[in-house]
Design a protein around this ligand. Sequence first.
Ligand SMILES: Cc1cc2nc3c(=O)[nH]c(=O)nc-3n(C[C@H](O)[C@H](O)[C@H](O)COP(=O)(O)OP(=O)(O)OC[C@H]3O[C@@H](n4cnc5c(N)ncnc54)[C@H](O)[C@@H]3O)c2cc1C
Ligand SMILES: *[C@@H]1O[C@H](CO)[C@@H](O)[C@H](O)[C@H]1NC(C)=O
Ligand code: FES
Length: 585
Amino acid sequence: MSAVFLREAVILSIQWCVVQSSSTQLTKLLSPLSAPLRHRRNFCTHLYTPLCKTNMGPTSSREVTQLVCQESDLQDGQMKEVEIEQNKILLVRNEGKFSAVSGLCTHYGAPLIKGALVGNRVRCPWHGACFNTTTGDIEEFPGLDCLHSYKVKVDCGKVYVTASKQKTTKRVKEMSSREPGVCHTVLLIGGGPASLQCAETLRQNKYGGRIIMVIKDEKLPIDKTKLSKAMNIEIEKILLRPSDFLQKHDIEVWTEKDVVSVNTEGKVVTFSDGTTQPYDQLLVSTGARARALQVPGAEMENVKLLESYKDAAGIYQMSVGNKVVIVGTSFIGMEVAAYLSDKAASVAVVGKSEFPYQLSLGPDIGKMTMKMLEEKNVKFYMNSGVAEMRGENGRVKEVVLQNGDVLQADVVISGIGVIPNSDFLKGSAVEVDSRNAVVVDKFMRTNIPDVFAAGDVVSFPLALREDKMVQIGHWQLAQAHGRVAALNMLKKQTEINSVPYFWTVLLGKSIRYTGYGEGYTDIVFKGNVEEMKFLAFYIKGDEAVAAASLNFDPAVSKVAELMASGQKITKSQAESQDLGWLQLP
Ligand SMILES: Cc1cc2nc3c(=O)[nH]c(=O)nc-3n(C[C@H](O)[C@H](O)[C@H](O)COP(=O)(O)OP(=O)(O)OC[C@H]3O[C@@H](n4cnc5c(N)ncnc54)[C@H](O)[C@@H]3O)c2cc1C
Ligand SMILES: *[C@@H]1O[C@H](CO)[C@@H](O)[C@H](O)[C@H]1NC(C)=O
Ligand code: FES
């Protein structure tokens, strides 16, 4: 496992520990010994300013007020990390005013002090989540929860923050539950981030009807992005919400329920077991599935696709100590190759271009990642494709390439692109495009009233690109879609205007990406790709339409914030020696 990922994973597990041990911590904090000490510390700070008695209002015994800095220490647009009672807190100054929120991102716990601050919004340096620094509310994803916000008081040039004595990590936004007598059902097809975010947004906005989430597979919603980065992770560590959370907020989850058709006239869906369920409003958020290889032998049982928890666990088991062939050099194929490189007997990767990610990230970054993996004994077979798979007793033993090369294989993993899961809409009036993506407008509405769609299954208008219709498979966008769909279901008109943000992890190195690079003609690099410290701008016409980075934080998050504010990044800005306009720390 890679260093950065390891760090993220460790932080994740730390948070799990916190949840488990909070009651012991609480007793420790409330023990009679610690309280007077705390008062004394407070008292001391006051001694220095005898004429300026700070009154923060009634502070309960569970809170503590602490002097954190001088007013003059922070200018507008600056932030500072302070620690109160083991809580890392981000202090921000904007338009003269101070505010304070928890200092760690609610997604995987990145230190927000390293992020990009624009006005009263901070964007996480790791995967681009955004938080309002006044309220702590999450405004862009990934991540589900908000930050705590803390009381700040400035008195006689000194800045005081009041925080809880308990260790507090995330803040779950207030949510309603079902109200008796409300006869209205929102049916969500799919159990991915788009569905879950839609359900939670409905409850956050006091929706009192019934919410049913139906999922084809047997698991509750999980963090699917881990499946290629930590293939044998325990399911409990990647559940997006525990089942009691979903129960508490009356989000019904029906697993192993496969929708086979939708009747939009009668407003009812039919499942593969023959049962039906009526709805008032529907969300189609069925994601996309991996495209299967179309070659002789591809139907054999050890030819795998990576979509579900079960797939990841199965691939891991089949791969340890065995010969692995991976077909496809996009994000999933490369992450799996990296992850298995020190676990399998051998890893061979087959790609049809010269370098991995050739189209998306460009040849230089592709070449660098290829070298990284080659150093871990991964063998690449590029400019090639699979002609045939040979085996016996229904199991592949050899992968034959188009150039005649033969690779030994105990397991083959195919990652060659995705297809929207919209087959069950055939025969309905819901519009899909030529690639079978469900067509939605900027309110995530399909052509049929009360039928919304979100996530990887849709083609939607991208605000960043003059509303060009696009299909983008990013976790963060799926959540944003789900949120916008929910608000529009509730007639709170909201447009989708999120800036796409994506990440991938190889051997502990995180590549971050923002924007939409389709059709770029040039790449401008800052730093050095070979040294694995770079920022890349993807140029189309006179504009940088996307950026990617490695070891260059928070550049990509800064770029995302500029794009979010509607600013265009020009080619000459990207080419300039001076990156002052990006205001990196
Ligand atoms: C291995 C892997 C790694 C990834 N890594 C990253 C990453 O690092 N960063 C990133 O930004 N993105 C990553 N992605 C992409 C990201 O996971 C997707 O963009 C995101 O999950 C899309 O969310 P969604 O809600 O649209 O659909 P999904 O998460 O795909 O969920 C679809 C749901 O619909 C259900 N379903 C499908 N058909 C039916 C049916 N007929 N009836 C009932 N239920 C149905 C499925 O069971 C599933 O629960 C990764 C994807 C994979 C597979
Ligand atoms: C942050 O929250 C404040 C207070 O609710 C609000 O006025 C402001 O518009 C929010 N900022 C952003 C960037 O949404
Ligand atoms: S850790 Fe902040 S967005 Fe992932």
